[in-house]
Design a protein. Sequence first.
Length: 71
Amino acid sequence: MNRGRTVFAQLLGFIPFGYFEHLVDRFAANRDVSEFTAWSHILCMPHGTASIVTPQRWQSTRRMRYSKNTT
């Protein structure tokens, strides 16, 4: 059973939210955004990197390259 915070939550603890919000306001990063805010983006980037998600295009290219066509 998990006791305490997850590794992902611990990594996010290193990002100072107040300073991040200051930079978002300073550079107007959320200017034309309706749902996917800068904070959502910064949450998704390490998660995608940690889970090593490969794009579908790479997977299909790899399948085509290593498939055995005996025709």
